[in-house]
Every structure is written in structure tokens, then in C-alpha cells.
Design a protein around this ligand. Structure first.
Ligand code: NAP
Length: 483
């Protein structure tokens, strides 16, 4: 199977925050891999921009080091040099005026121009305003903004407003890197490209849905940021919400940015407020050898959650009464991101009670290995009567597509190329983000009003006991967290 790599049009990509962690770990190595894949035209230019003084040569050194450190395979000198020839640097302060004329002179007329705001959101307004003032915000310009997009509805609205003063919505690319994953797009292909699933994709046939995003790491060096955010703001409001939308949305009339985003927005607006007893918040506790969450964030009385589990409901005809159990947390048993669609039991078992209960489950794995498995019930081979077992029909890319699957671009690579191509399907629209905050804000306000304290859980576990009870109360159980 040969995958087609279509080079994008010539572009200038300016990375504000081009020396930062995100640029070095994700954006620059991702661009290098797209160059290796033949997707980057000869005329493409990448310009790093930040306050620290560097000339082009020094910045190329930084970029080369980042690619050596963060690319999975060590780069070869020849291709790396060739890639670095496209890289330059401008010293700029988002809040000052130095460097902006220089940047404006480097951005070429006639090429696509993309400005990646890989800086804190407090600088978004300054950058947008200066891009406009220095004549770079033309119709071919597009801006890419990173999470967090706001801290609540009011701040998200303020960010949307400030960006809208200088750019049309069609020029604003709000990144949620979960949407760039191959499997997330494959989910849409499976749902809307097959006759098999969609007729069953509703409350009549689906018992419940589980979405799990589990990490083994703690808050690491991000304690300061994380403690002001917590799992709800950091993960649920954006990533888990987006995954839920793709599972729950109606078929869009066509695979086009606004058609897809209109349907996602309807899902968010159909979300019921979550009852307090349908939410479990947790915080990882200290072990004999390692500190707990409160040690990591250096806040002995912190009430921020590093784990959350919730039962959610989408209030519409398709999903009435079907629970969506979502959970995410840090320092859990394994690193995994999985969506599981658990179908109902057959209405009647012709095999009798001794055959046991069996259910079809479509499990969509986003990490560590992307793929899908559909469990089906068959007869256990051999003599001895009709005993039933569940076997997985493995739809993982590695099996089906062979070595080509290894070359699937990572989320950032794909999304950056989508920016250059001008395809917003996998980016969040402003109204989606606001709707997600409008649903999230009252929940957080409720915790604050009640002085809610998260339940401690053991590092390396599946989260607090209460999370187990959340599904057990309904006669269901969480899927095992395993990688
Ligand atoms: P970082 O490591 O602190 O880097 C910040 C970058 O911005 C540096 O290049 C810094 O360089 C530059 N900068 C800071 N103030 C500036 C100013 N006034 N004018 C121009 N440049 C300025 O941060 P990061 O981790 O890369 O994160 C960047 C953004 O991405 C943040 O919004 C973060 O929330 C988001 N994000 C990061 C990750 C991640 O994995 N790191 C993941 C998701 C989202 P100078 O100090 O030289 O100016």
C-alpha cells in the first residue's frame, strides 16, 4: 500500500516562541519529518521568533539540537542541513516594537503565511495586533493558537474577541492535538464510511460509552500551571470533550470544516449538567519513595484534581439515557487513551444462562498504539458443547497496513500541514470552545462553592475507589487501564 504525499504550497511559517519547549519537542521535529516525507516544498521557510538574541546560524543550531534530541530516529547530516537551510530567526518581543519590521520584511508576498502562537495566551492579543499593525495580517495569513484557550468562559470569550479584531474565524486555527491523531480521523471513517456501525450507533443498541485518558506521569515541572487548572480544565474541557463529540455527533452532510464543527457544537450544547454525585475528583497521594500531588505542586492544601471521572449524558434522540463515562488522570496504572463503545446484550440468549454474558465492544485506542478492536462473540473451538468466548477483530493499522502504518504522521505534523493547506476540520471553532466552557464553568463553580476536596488515590492505581463505585452503582465496570 503506497501512501500519497502531496507537497503543500510554498509557505512562511513563523513560530512565535520558537525557542520554547513546545517548538523544540513537537513543532520543529514534526516539520523536519514532513520535510523528510517530501511534503515541504523547496520554497518553504520557517522563522523562529522570541525575545532572546540569536542570529540565523545560532537558531539553526538550536533547531538541529532539538531534532537530534526529540526525533525518534537520529537525523542524517545531509537532510538535516538541507532542512535547516529553510530556517531563520528574528528577535522579537510580542509586547515591544523591536524586530517587527525585520519580520515583516522576511515574510514573502505570494506565499502562504502561518503564524504559530507557541507562547502563553496572555501574548495572543499583542501578537495579533502587531501582525496587523505591521501589515502581515493579509488574507493569506492564518494563525495557530495553542491550549489553554481560556481558563473559563469569560477568558475564552475575551481571547476570541481579541483575535477577532484582527483575523477572521476562517484564519484562526485552535489546536487540540488529539484531533490530529490518525485514529480520531479513522473514527469518522469507520462511523460514516461503513454501513455496519451507524445503524447501531445509538441508545437502542449502545449500552454505554467509556473514554479514558490515563497518564503515568505526575504534573512534573508544570506544577504551577497545573495547580491553577486541574484535570477538568486541562483535559476534559478540550481533549475528552472533543473525543466525546466525535463519538456522539450526527453525520455531517459532508466532510467539511463547518459541517463537522456544526455537528460537534450541537453535541456540546446537548450535554446535560453533571450531577455532583456523578463526578469523582482525585489527587494522587505520596508513596514511601515519591511525593504526592501536593508535594509536586508545592501547595500542601491544594484542592485541585489530578484525576476526574464523570458520568455524562447527551440529551438528544440518539443518546437519551446512554451514559458516557469519562475519566482522566495522572500517575495512573498505565499510559493509555481509549474510547470504548460497549454494545447492549442480545435481547435473548438462545444458548442459555450457562453461555455467560457477552457483549460487542468497539475499542478505539489513541495511544500508545493507535488502532481499533471490535470484540465479537464466537464459539470456543473444540468439543464440549456450545461455550462462547469473545475474540478481538483487530483493526490496528500496524497489522493491516504493514510498514506504511509506521510512517503515519504524528498529530502535530498533520495539523501543521492542515494549517498550510487551509483545512480547519480538525481545529476547534471559537463557538465550540465557548460552549465547552459554558458547560464546564458551573461544575467548577460548584466545587468551589462547596470547598470540594479531591479524594486521594494511590499512584499506579486506577484512581480513587469512588470512581469504581460510579460505574458499579449502574451495574457496569470500567475497562482495565492497561497499555
Ligand atoms: P516555554 O518553553 O516557556 O516557551 C515560551 C517561548 O515563548 C520561548 O521561546 C520564549 O522565548 C517565548 N516568549 C516568551 N515571552 C515572549 C515575548 N514577550 N515575546 C516573544 N516571545 C516570547 O513554553 P512552551 O512550553 O513552549 O509553551 C508555549 C505555549 O504552548 C503555551 O501556551 C503552552 O501552554 C502551550 N502548550 C505547550 C505544550 C508543551 O508540551 N510544552 C503543550 C501544549 C500546549 P524568550 O524567553 O526568548 O522570549
Amino acid at each position: 500500500m503506497v501512501s500519497r504525499v502531496i507537497p503543500v504550497d510554498p509557505f512562511d511559517l513563523v513560530i512565535f516562541g520558537g525557542t520554547g519547549d513546545l517548538a523544540r519537542r513537537k513543532i520543529l521535529p514534526g516539520l523536519y519529518r514532513r520535510y523528510l516525507a517530501g511534503q515541504m516544498p523547496e520554497e518553504a521557510r520557517i522563522i523562529g521568533a522570541a525575545r532572546t538574541e540569536h542570529d540565523d546560524a545560532e537558531y539553526r543550531g538550536i533547531v538541529g539540537d532539538a531534532i537530534r534530541e526529540f526525533n525518534d530516529t537520529p537525523p542524517q547530516d545531509g537532510p538535516l542541513e538541507d532542512f535547516l537551510d529553510r530556517v531563520g530567526y528574528v528577535m522579537i518581543d510580542a509586547r515591544g516594537d523591536e524586530g517587527w519590521d525585520d519580520l515583516a520584511s522576511r515574510v514573502r508576498e505570494g506565499a502562504i503565511r502561518a503564524f504559530y502562537f507557541s507562547v502563553g495566551p496572555s501574548l495572543f492579543g499583542d501578537l495579533a495586533e502587531r501582525l496587523h499593525r505591521y501589515g502581515m495580517a493579509n488574507d493569506a495569513a492564518r494563525i495557530v493558537v495553542e491550549k489553554p484557550f481560556g481558563h473559563d468562559l469569560a477568558s475564552a470569550r475575551a481571547l476570541n474577541d481579541v483575535l477577532a479584531q484582527h483575523f477572521e474565524e476562517g484564519q484562526i486555527y485552535r489546536i487540540d492535538h488529539y484531533l490530529g491523531k490518525e485514529t480520531v480521523q479513522n473514527l469518522m471513517a469507520v462511523r460514516f464510511g461503513n454501513m455496519l456501525f451507524e445503524p447501531l450507533w445509538n441508545a437502542q443498541y449502545v449500552d454505554h460509552i467509556q473514554i479514558t485518558v490515563a497518564e503515568t506521569v505526575g504534573v512534573g515541572g508544570r506544577g504551577d500551571y497545573y495547580d491553577k487548572s486541574g484535570a477538568m480544565r486541562d483535559m476534559v474541557q478540550n481533549h475528552l470533550m472533543q473525543l466525546l463529540c466525535l463519538i456522539a455527533m450526527e453525520p455531517p452532510a459532508k466532510y467539511d470544516p463547518d459541517a463537522v464543527r456544526d455537528e460537534k457544537l450541537k453535541v456540546i450544547r446537548a450535554l446535560e449538567p453533571v450531577q455532583p454525585h456523578h463526578i469523582v475528583r482525585g489527587q494522587y497521594a505520596a508513596t514511601p519513595t515519591e511525593g504526592g500531588y501536593r508535594d509536586d505542586v508545592e501547595a500542601p492544601r491544594s484542592r485541585t484534581e489530578s484525576f476526574i471521572a464523570m458520568k455524562m449524558h447527551v440529551s438528544n434522540w440518539r443518546w437519551a439515557g446512554t451514559p458516557f463515562y469519562v475519566r482522566t488522570g495522572k500517575r495512573l496504572r498505565a499510559r493509555t487513551s481509549e474510547i470504548a463503545v460497549v454494545f447492549k446484550d442480545t435481547p435473548h440468549s438462545i444458548f442459555g444462562p450457562e453461555a455467560g454474558g457477552h457483549r460487542n465492544v468497539l475499542a478505539i485506542q489513541l495511544q500508545p498504539n493507535e488502532g481499533m478492536t471490535l470484540s465479537v462473540t464466537i464459539k470456543e473451538p473444540g468439543p464440549g458443547g456450545m461455550r462462547l468466548i469473545d475474540v478481538p477483530l483487530d483493526m490496528s493499522f500496524a497489522e493491516a497496513l504493514g510498514p506504511e502504518a509506521e510512517e503515519v504522521p504524528d498529530a502535530y505534523e498533520r495539523l501543521i500541514m492542515d494549517v498550510i493547506r487551509g483545512n480547519q476540520t480538525l481545529f476547534m471553532r471559537g463557538d465550540e470552545v465557548e460552549a465547552a466552557w459554558a458547560w464546564t464553568d458551573p461544575i467548577i463553580a460548584g466545587w468551589e462553592a462547596r470547598n470540594d476536596v479531591p479524594k486521594p488515590y494511590d499512584a499506579g492505581s486506577s484512581g480513587p475507589e469512588d470512581a469504581t463505585a460510579l460505574t458499579a452503582r449502574d451495574g457496569r465496570s470500567w475497562r482495565e487501564i492497561k497499555s
